[in-house]
Design a protein around this ligand. Structure first.
Ligand code: AMP
Length: 494
């Protein structure tokens, strides 16, 4: 690529902060598609990354969703792939995404930006027909967007060859790490030709991701935008701490939280809202409860079939449904520019999840509201959130309610003590995410397991145990890992 292409027609170096799209070296067809998408100027990550991707440099991008990072790799990829043709079963580029929703969203981006090109793409995600996906790949595709589990499955069945991949994108790497996908990612990278461009994106840079970058990137251009723990200024936050319930029966606290949620919805009158719960079981309960009280809500979590998840998202995106109760699987990547509210029905136990959850509102400079419901035992989680965001969340109260206090004297909630007893100290993170994403629990290898796979299978077992602890607080003795679902189901509902 010559400098003319790289820095636009003006032949001068432009500081990324002042770049306009035509400075980036993108083709005319692509610039037209970008204009049609309504973009006026590149976001910082686009201004910084696109010229380097076009040059064929590897990228280590520290950026989260909402920064325009998807276009920072899809736009240059379209121009790179515009030349050349794909062969049967040999995709020319590969994008790895941790969840099906993110993969589908990246595919949508290719449709928008690639509308003036004739590139072919395939989406390889779990939960949808493997035969159909194999047929598309067999015809030859330019862009393959995949989740790791399904990709490996397809590769092992001999339905896919990866030796023609020229651009490899590992998106949301820290999420891949949380989900225990890193061994899969490493395996996939080893199946690719060494001569390629690799782009790695991550919202945070823990040491495991840095190691991955050292192993698979060659002299990467490092691009960092907005520190991962910042929350947008456009989001008005609030923390409602509830007092102890009057009723001492089990489930009384949850009932109190559901009442509070309805009060908040009444008070805030959201245009639309995401309501986050920590556990799938609570997603179901809150969803039913809202509907029973006449607040039409949909729900989204990892146990639902893929077509159902897609249908729900579409309904929510098009405004057919005003409320979406969801687990963290929906926290990343859902992109609805005009989301007015986010409610945390539960305080997230991982502080970064708070940033991701509330980042679903206040997008693209619009005003957003994020309200978290807490009980006294949530003190340490709130503390962790306020430490990473460097801002106390303003306390709010419901009208006529005294409210409660966070109990800062308690060291750890009981559930956390239980979970700490497991061998692996990373298991809690995985446990949480593994239960949210069927990709990770699904494909247990049928044939000989490598030591990596054995390790992962052990991790899955640990994770499953942790899930039982999370649902049950204490494990059900004598039933091993497979406690019948009816024994775990909560019956009380208001
Ligand atoms: P992402 O970080 O890739 O999830 O993108 C977040 C949102 O920003 C999406 O709705 C994009 O359509 C939008 N977007 C991406 N680039 C731009 C841009 N240059 N100008 C305006 N919006 C953009």
């Amino acid at each position: 690529m010559n400098s003319n292409m790289m820095f636009g027609r003006s032949h001068r170096r432009v500081h990324p902060a002042y770049m306009i799209f035509s400075d980036l070296g993108l083709s005319e067809d692509l610039l037209n598609a970008v204009t049609d998408a309504g973009y006026i100027e590149p976001t910082p990550i686009q201004a910084e990354a696109i010229p380097y991707v076009l040059m064929g440099r590897d990228i280590l991008g520290c950026a989260q969703t909402g920064t325009g990072k998807t276009a920072s790799f899809t736009l240059p990829m379209i121009d790179i792939l515009a030349q050349g043709r794909s062969k049967a079963r040999m995709p020319r580029s590969l994008i790895l995404e941790p969840t099906r929703e993110l993969a589908a969203q990246v595919a949508e981006n290719f449709d928008i930006y690639g509308k003036n090109h004739r590139l072919t793409k395939a989406l390889l995600i779990g939960g949808e027909s493997l035969d159909e996906q194999a047929k598309v790949i067999n015809k030859g595709v330019d862009v393959l967007i995949a989740t790791p589990g399904r990709l490996i499955d397809m590769f092992e069945r001999g339905l896919l060859l990866l030796n023609d991949v020229k651009v490899f994108v590992i998106d949301e790497s820290d999420r891949m790490l949380d989900m225990g996908f890193i061994p899969d990612v490493e395996r996939i990278a080893s199946m690719l030709p060494p001569l390629r461009t690799t782009l790695l994106f991550s919202a945070t840079m823990p040491k495991e991701i840095k190691k991955l970058a050292e192993k698979f990137l060659m002299n990467p251009k490092e691009v960092t935008v907005a520190p991962p723990s910042t929350t947008a200024d456009t989001i008005t936050q609030g923390l409602l701490v509830l007092g102890p319930p009057n009723d001492r029966r089990p489930g009384a606290e949850q009932k109190m939280k559901r009442n509070a949620l309805r009060e908040l919805i009444k008070r805030e009158a959201p245009r639309n809202a995401l309501i986050f719960c920590n556990r799938k079981r609570d997603v179901d309960i809150v969803h039913r409860s809202l509907n029973r009280h006449g607040l039409e809500a949909a729900r989204l979590h990892g146990d639902m079939s893929q077509p159902m998840r897609m249908e729900t998202l579409t309904k929510f995106k098009t405004g057919d449904m005003r409320y979406l109760v969801c687990s963290d699987v929906a926290a990343r990547g859902i992109d609805i520019p005009e989301m007015s509210h986010v409610f945390n029905f539960d305080v997230p136990t991982h502080a970064e999840d708070y940033v991701h959850r509330i980042g679903r509102t206040g997008r693209a400079g619009r005003e957003g509201h994020a309200i978290t419901i807490a009980v006294s035992a949530d003190a340490k989680y709130i503390d962790a959130i306020e430490r990473i965001t460097h801002t106390p969340i303003p306390r709010i109260k419901l009208e006529g309610e005294k409210g409660g206090e966070l109990d800062t004297t308690k060291e750890k909630p009981k559930r956390q003590r239980n979970r700490r007893q497991t061998k692996s100290n990373r298991a809690p993170t995985e446990a949480k995410v593994l239960t949210e994403n069927d990709e990770s629990l699904g494909a247990v290898p049928a044939v000989e397991q490598s030591s990596d796979e054995r390790g992962r299978s052990r991790q899955r077992k640990e994770a499953h145990k942790d899930e039982l602890l999370e649902v049950n607080e204490v494990p059900v003795r004598g039933l091993g890992d497979h406690v019948p679902a009816f024994m775990l189901r909560e019956v009380e509902l208001s």
